[in-house]
Write a protein that binds this ligand. Structure first.
Ligand SMILES: Cc1ncc(COP(=O)(O)O)c(C=O)c1O
Length: 458
């Protein structure tokens, strides 16, 4: 039976064995990583040089003294100073399966053996087709989403979403978004983002209109958001192309909202022909189901959905109705062969016990939140407030949620071995993007470090 040369690469038992052996060899080295540890004295100076050099050549120091060595195991990662950190931010949510995951590495190696490093929309390889089919079918299970267009990051996926909304609803140009939204770093996505610190010196385009997000302390917040949307519509009517929203505020403070909060606004958008665009760049794969629109049960309303991060590539998903005309979205890059292979593998892995109300993601969430709440009631009384989020997106408000305090705390947590990040403005919160492969004893360790650091004070 004849076969294509590409199939010979895929089916070669020799290549399969070589890949397995390579990964096993690396795994054995990574297995020396046991738990959190401080810098190793003999690597302290070299480690510092790595940090300094990185800052020097990008023109701005690193936020944390972090340069990785390329070795890691699960939630643990080795840095150039020899320290081992418990990484609960994962490149701001990329490494869903943790560091040095053997299945992800095997998939990545397969991608690396491709004849090309980076795939494009003009000349894709099979990984492009396999990934697009997989994600489009998964997205369509509980929504009307049908097509997937690949790009290299969340910002670019969002740019495509906005262009698609504008073209379909032309000449409408304005976007409704939430207060405290985050949408990325391009000129337009900085505009959609509601954070003045991220657009200092940029001109304002006045194309984004805001509705307030859900406030669990305000029983009228659902009505207020709908009223704000109606007011915006009354003023701008046919000039609104899309309602672009995060199903849970990410950078804006890890605030979740119930289904009932979204429904009246989504009904209103449907009635007025405004595109419903869910920005799931951060929520995708994390909320207990694959998409937060599934967790919230709002799939039928979604016209466009964007993902990136854990998918390893950016994707804009859309319905038949929103399929754009040729020429509107393209671009040289669609993603690397490594990203496409690894992203596909991660999607397959997620089907193996991670999802659903009783899946591992929800188990992790419950354990984490209950332990944070126990700290707040016990040894760290009142200093670990308002623990919450969705699934693997977890946050709490330390002390009074003041920026300086929380920034200082996040840096102290780092030096005590736990990597997290902040989110929100008032209050500022500590957030975690927890890997799905974390073990219970590793959650215990994270909580121990939080407790110790809070008790040390800032
Ligand atoms: C909700 C949301 N949208 C868009 C983005 C931008 O994605 P990227 O940084 O991949 O461009 C992010 C990144 O954090 C995000 O959280």
């Amino acid at each position: 039976m004849s076969s294509l040369f590409g199939q010979q690469i895929d089916n070669s038992t020799k290549i399969e064995t070589l890949i397995k052996n390579l990964v096993t060899e690396v795994e054995q080295i990574n297995a020396q990583i046991k738990t959190v540890q401080g810098a190793r004295p003999e690597f302290l100076e070299a480690g510092k040089n790595w940090i300094d050099k990185t800052g020097q050549f990008r023109g701005r120091p690193l936020h944390y003294p972090y340069v990785g060595t390329g070795s890691g195991r699960g939630p643990f990662v080795e840095l150039q100073d020899g320290s081992i950190k418990l990484d609960l931010i994962n490149g701001i949510g990329i490494h869903l399966m943790g560091h040095g995951n053997p299945r992800v590495m095997q998939a990545a190696l397969r991608g690396a053996l491709s004849d090309i490093v980076t795939q494009g929309n003009l000349q894709p390889n099979k990984e492009y087709t396999i990934f697009s089919e997989k994600i489009a079918k998964l997205a369509g299970k509980n929504s009307r989403l049908k097509y997937a267009w690949l790009s290299t990051c969340g910002t670019m996926a969002n740019e495509n979403a906005l262009k698609i909304s504008r073209q379909k609803n032309s000449p409408a140009r304005m976007v409704i978004s939430f207060k405290n939204a985050f949408a990325g770093r391009s000129t337009m996505m900085a505009e959609v983002t509601d954070n003045p610190a991220y657009k200092v010196g940029l001109p304002e385009y006045h194309e984004v209109l805001r509705v307030p997000f859900f406030d669990k302390n305000d029983p009228g917040s659902t009505e207020k958001a709908l009223a704000a949307m109606k007011e915006i519509y009354a003023k701008h009517e046919n000039n609104i192309c899309a309602f672009g929203f995060e199903p849970m505020l990410g950078e804006g403070g890890y605030q979740a909202a119930p289904r009932d909060f979204f429904i009246p606004m989504l009904e209103f958008c449907k009635e007025k022909g405004i595109a419903v665009w869910a920005d799931e760049v951060q929520t995708f794969t994390r909320t207990g189901e694959l998409f937060a629109f599934e967790t919230l049960g709002i799939g039928q309303y979604i016209d466009i959905c964007t993902i990136a991060k854990t998918a390893q590539v950016g994707v804009t998903l859309y319905t038949e109705e929103y399929n754009p005309k040729p020429g509107l979205i393209a671009g040289t890059f669609s993603g690397s062969s490594v990203s496409l292979r690894a992203g596909s593998e991660i999607l397959d892995m997620l089907q193996e016990g991670y999802l659903g109300p009783k899946g591992r993601i929800m188990q992790i969430h419950k354990k984490f939140i209950s332990m944070l709440n126990a700290l707040n009631l016990g040894s760290c009384k009142g200093k670990v407030q308002d623990a919450g989020g969705m699934g693997l997106m977890i946050a709490f408000t330390p002390f009074d949620g003041k920026k300086e305090q929380v920034d200082a705390l996040s840096k102290k947590l780092f030096s005590n071995g736990l990597i997290c990040f902040t989110c929100g403005k008032d209050p500022v919160r500590i957030r975690f993007l927890v890997p799905a492969t974390i073990q219970d004893q590793e959650i215990d360790l994270a909580i121990e470090i939080v407790e110790k650091t809070i008790l040390e004070g800032v």
